[in-house]
Design a protein around this ligand. Sequence first.
Ligand code: NAG
Ligand code: NAG
Length: 306
Amino acid sequence: MLFDLGASIFSLFFLLAGAACESPKVRVVLTNDDGWAEANIRAQYTTLTEGGYEVVLSAPAQDQSGTGSLDLPPTPLLEPCEYNTCVIGSPATGYNASEPQLNYVNSFPVTSVKFGIQTLAPKFFSGSPPDIVVSGPNVGANTGISVLGSGTVGAACEAAKEDIPAIAFSGTAKTRHSYTELVAGDSSFIYSSLALSLIDILIATPKPFLPPNTILNVNFPNVTAQCASEGNFEFVLSRAFPTLIPGFDLNICNTNTLPTESSVVGNSDGCFASISVLDARTKLDAGKSAQTFVYSKLGPLLKCLS
Ligand SMILES: *[C@@H]1O[C@H](CO)[C@@H](O)[C@H](O)[C@H]1NC(C)=O
Ligand SMILES: *[C@@H]1O[C@H](CO)[C@@H](O)[C@H](O)[C@H]1NC(C)=O
């Protein structure tokens, strides 16, 4: 009898604890520069949604690779959307009628992310801003000098300037394809799962997730026979540009000069993904204090190059 009572008090406790722990979903605006129908961004949409996030996709109607921080008002379509996903004459912004979270913007990546943050997020997230902006994964790496021209990085920087923490993801595998061609084991799914694992760790920490005016620039190496599944990959803190100034970076892995992104993703001793901390206003490497902040959040995920 006593035991029974104890057991039911116990289950009541867990019921209440469970209810109290049920937190609202983390809200994501998802964008890119390769276009709204590219396989990588749709894999990311699916992976985040299945991972428990509330996601609104707002991305260019066409491939806008290399358009940096260009921003112009969207215009009606003078040609079909990429992969024939909308017809000529479609409105300047539009969405998938059976899945209205999927939105195109017929302009640049920065214009698309602004539309996502300023117009779509209030509508889909009942007036709240997104908790985080995810840009990519880009088709092809964005390491070093290429961050300056990348629309994927440009969109993330715009979000950070609007006070939304943002991460740009890029994958070395250059398999440009439509979301309708996604297959199991696709590099798009490997990249989006890796992105999810990083985001999961970041959002489990208290806000703010990132220092103000700062983005993370994440690059994944190619998907090959050696780097074929999520478990093969490891993350390394990096910098975009080489530095000659000793002591600019935080001191980890027995050095105060972080490895460059290209040396991390190009390292053939493993499957290493680079994470750089960039200043959203200059797109150059952020300093030691921002790196230290990021290290305090992502430390458990980070490895040293041996
Ligand atoms: C729109 O959503 C439906 C249902 O998920 C899907 O079958 C279709 O391929 C999508 N089209 C585009 C262009 O997103
Ligand atoms: C990635 O790896 C595949 C398979 O090994 C190879 O065919 C492709 O050329 C590589 N791509 C890049 C950008 O290195």
